[in-house]
Design a binder for this molecule. Structure first.
Ligand code: SAH
Length: 228
């Protein structure tokens, strides 16, 4: 890549961040987060989103939109990636579980912020492509796996934070169990194709679980059978 091309990508990422910040202000009434954590924005500024998209779509990589990545799945909108990451209150020593690796983009953003990311994808070719992209970008702290993330990753539990990037009709109980006391989980809840609400789940120090509705969203569904 020429220096000029790299410059233009950096300029596009800077514009994308400005749009994400604007959207955070516009949705603040619902989300209660008018200003997102500077560390989260810095991670979005750094991660090369075009690496996680099909080559034919790379030109649109820094638009603040969701995009198709094949197998009827999508890479999430940068604002939603930023908001979900922000809601988890991540710390550098955290170990995080992501359900729905998809393109690997969200995992890369998480990997900029925490010690270790465990990410599960049910569609094998997507999971393999994402794992390759993450490795090529040098994210040694991301541990990808193919499987049904509904059951979480018991061998690596408990997690400081959990992010589910596909919509479920209800909160998967195994994930709640694999969340540490004091931990946070974000998940879009709602029926397939219907209204979904991004929901923040908090487990307090004594293990009591509470939920807050954050924002109306649209995600692909959490499926239960490994698709090939
Ligand atoms: N975080 C992704 C968003 C991908 S869309 C990104 O940054 O690109 C959601 C993904 O969840 C899809 O790839 C879909 O195949 C996957 N998925 C759906 N149900 C799943 C399940 N039960 N376990 C693991 N992944 C699942």
């Amino acid at each position: 890549m020429t220096a000029e091309a790299a410059d233009s990508l950096d300029a596009r990422r800077a514009r994308m961040i400005a749009e994400v910040e604007q959207m955070a202000r516009d949705t603040a009434q619902a989300t209660d987060r008018p200003v997102l954590d500077a560390r989260v924005l810095a991670a979005l500024r750094k991660v090369e989103r075009h690496r996680y998209m099909p080559a034919a779509r790379a030109a649109q990589a820094y638009e603040n939109h969701a995009q198709p990545i094949g197998h009827e799945q999508t890479i999430s909108q940068p604002f939603i990636v930023a908001l979900m990451t922000d809601l988890l209150n991540l710390q550098p020593d955290h170990r995080v579980l992501e359900v729905g690796t998809g393109s690997g983009y969200q995992a890369a953003v998480l990997a900029e912020l925490v010690r270790a990311v465990y990410t599960i994808e049910i569609v094998e070719p997507l999971g393999r492509t994402a794992a390759q992209a993450l490795l090529a970008a040098g994210y040694w702290n991301v541990h990808p796996r193919i499987g049904d993330g509904y059951a979480g990753w018991p061998e690596q539990a408990p997690f400081d934070a959990i992010m589910v990037t596909a919509a479920a009709p209800y909160l998967p109980q195994p994930l709640v169990e694999q969340l540490k006391p004091g931990g946070r989980l974000v998940i879009p809840l709602g029926e397939r194709g219907g209204a979904q609400v991004l929901t923040l789940v908090e487990k307090d120090a004594r293990g009591k679980v509470s939920q807050r509705r954050v924002l109306d969203v649209r995600f692909v569904p959490l499926t239960r059978k490994p698709a090939r």
